[in-house]
Design a protein. Structure first.
Length: 294
């Protein structure tokens, strides 16, 4: 991270001070640059006033050029700073930290909000990538890990996708206070189209530590999905305790098992196996490395 910010500083300092040829040419005859002479009405009053004070128009031409140069460079600096900030925020997490963050300070919350509200889809996809752990063993598609940092980013993103960019520090703190230091594990399921389920089966989720200790969740909820999952649709965040409405004429084709774990009982830089079982039958497992997440 320090290397990226050093690069940002160096690149910002390296922005050239030169201006385009149309602005760098000195005034000829009247003391006006080409850019100024192309808009005589805009600059006439200022040039006349400056000429009355100094007795020359050449200095005014230089002053106009310097102002345009400063404005151009300021705009380039702002654009470059934003691009480098997004690079730092979405860089491979293993390179910038060694532990998941269970408690967030205002600066970190601001970073999460910025990621969620970015308009660059590639940056958002790069951030979410490490949190999705593929299983691809029926009926389990993949496992999503939701840390406190990602929870803020997801809610900021869901609001931004419907045009509401008002999600800020206050809303993020309220969200985090409802479930402090909580780590969520979402197991995404797809059932056979001819299944006869009337609800999501009683699948259980647990974490297995490196030493073999089993860590149960403090709560589990199962949210059915009626109809197919559509990738790229408006982001839908399963909400624990929410009311699930019947699917009407649509069949039950999948669901989400949401397991909430107390992050304070976990090694924030450790690795765990996420294990999904039905009774004594293990349906699948996948490795979760908290050192690679935020």
């Amino acid at each position: 991270m320090l290397v990226l910010f050093s690069a940002a500083a160096a690149m910002t300092a390296a922005i050239p001070n030169a201006v385009p040829d149309t602005m760098s040419r000195r005034c000829r005859g009247t003391g006006l640059s080409q850019a100024t002479s192309e808009s005589p009405t805009k600059y006439a009053t200022a040039i006349d006033s400056y000429a009355a004070i100094t007795g020359t128009q050449q200095g005014m031409c230089i002053l106009a050029k310097e102002r345009r140069t400063a404005g151009d460079n300021a705009g380039m600096s702002r654009t470059l700073a934003w691009m480098l900030w997004m690079l730092c925020a979405t860089a491979p997490l293993a390179a910038v930290q060694i532990a998941v963050q269970m408690m967030l300070d205002p600066r970190t919350i601001g970073e999460a909000i910025a990621i969620g509200q970015t308009r660059v889809d590639a940056d958002r996809a790069r951030f979410h990538g490490p949190y999705r752990l593929p299983v691809n063993k029926a009926p389990i598609d993949f496992v999503e890990i939701v840390t406190p940092f990602r929870r803020v980013a997801l809610h900021a993103e869901s609001r931004a996708r419907i045009g509401d960019r008002s999600f800020g520090q206050r809303q993020a703190l309220e969200l985090l206070n409802t479930s402090p230091a909580q780590l969520d594990v979402w197991v995404e399921l797809t059932f056979h189209p001819q299944n006869n389920y009337i609800g999501v089966p009683a699948y259980e989720v647990s974490l297995i530590a490196a030493g073999g200790a089993r860590i149960p969740p403090r709560s589990v909820e199962r949210v059915p999905r009626y109809g197919p999952r559509v990738e790229g649709e408006t982001l839908r965040i399963p909400v624990p305790g929410g009311i699930v409405l019947p699917g009407g004429s649509q069949p039950l084709l999948g669901g989400t098992v949401m397991a909430q774990f107390d992050g304070r009982s976990l090694n924030v830089s450790g690795a765990y196996d996420v294990v999904i079982v039905e009774g004594r039958n293990e349906l699948g497992r996948v490795r979760m490395d908290l050192a690679k997440l935020r």
